[in-house]
Design a protein. Structure first.
Length: 289
């Protein structure tokens, strides 16, 4: 972040999908960052810090995540989240964005881009849900545990002992170096999910709504997407194999570059922020400044 840029600020805006919470920093063209399951806008803190000299960086909290407030029983599927993004931009008076997505947030970004292509100045997709490859097999035990009623107990256990979160049986495989993940980061992700019983139920509905029909349905739109697209993929991802990066590159005609980060895992925007931020700067610079 440049010396003149303010620190990231937390704000919220009312939309038909709820009061959407977000953090923002910087000024200029808007870059919109979309996180995935179990996380929050906090995932993108290094991007907001490192790129706010060239963009107004905005990271949202998805429905049933972070500080976003919704009503009980509303749709929280990935398609509903893509609709929320449109409503969010409308509420803020933002016409176009440089859209960046990770994990299920990357699936949401694909749906948004295919559904509202005129709103996307550029697109960046990192390891994420693609076509019929989700939920990925490696995440299905977590979904089965949640469906069996164990979600609240598991979240409480991970908050009480952060090493459970870092373990190979939980979220450890999502990180190249899970041992380096700060307790404060785990708190930032998980604490909002147990703030109330209703929030935990909302999050459980988010998990239960996982269905690849949402991403399969937008294949036709992706095949017509002209927005300049960057695909950055970790090669050591146990959830989303690098072949899905190739599928995206072959499917989206606007693809300009596909980058493989050797040894990186799904949450590399945190772990390899400096490298990823350079890729984003170059992509934006080459496609509109």
């Amino acid at each position: 972040m440049s010396a003149t840029s303010p620190a990231p600020a937390r704000r919220s805006v009312v939309t038909p999908s709820g009061r959407i919470s977000y953090i923002e920093a910087g000024s200029g063209p808007v870059a919109l960052f979309v996180h995935g399951v179990l996380l929050s806008s906090h995932l993108w803190r290094h991007q907001l810090a490192g790129l706010s000299d060239v963009r107004q960086c905005i990271a949202v909290d998805l429905l049933a995540h972070g500080e976003t407030e919704i009503v009980p029983e509303q749709d929280v599927s990935v398609t509903a989240n893509a609709t929320m993004l449109r409503e969010f931009l409308d509420a803020l008076g933002i016409d176009q964005v440089d859209l960046v997505g990770n994990d299920s947030g990357g699936g949401i970004a694909q749906i948004f881009a295919a559904s509202y292509p005129s709103r996307v100045r550029t697109l960046t997709l990192t390891d994420c849900d693609v076509h019929d490859n989700w939920p990925p097999p490696a995440f299905k035990p977590f979904l089965e545990m949640a469906a069996a009623g164990g979600l609240r107990g598991t979240l409480d256990a991970m908050l009480a002992d952060k090493n459970i979160y870092r373990s190979p049986q939980a979220l450890g495989p999502a990180y190249e170096h899970p041992e380096r993940l700060a307790n404060e980061t785990i708190e930032a992700y998980l604490r909002p999910l147990v703030r109330t019983e209703q929030r935990t139920r909302d999050f459980q509905r988010f998990l239960a709504a996982f269905d690849c029909k949402h991403t399969v349905a937008v294949e036709g739109g992706l095949r017509q997407l002209k927005a300049p697209t960057l695909i950055v993929w970790g090669t050591d991802d146990v959830y989303f194999d690098v072949r899905w990066a190739r599928w995206l590159a072959e499917t989206i005609p606007g693809t300009r570059r596909r980058i493989e980060l050797h040894g990186a895992r799904i949450f590399f925007p945190e772990e390899r922020a400096a490298e990823f931020n350079q890729d984003l700067r170059a992509h934006w610079s080459e496609n509109g400044g």
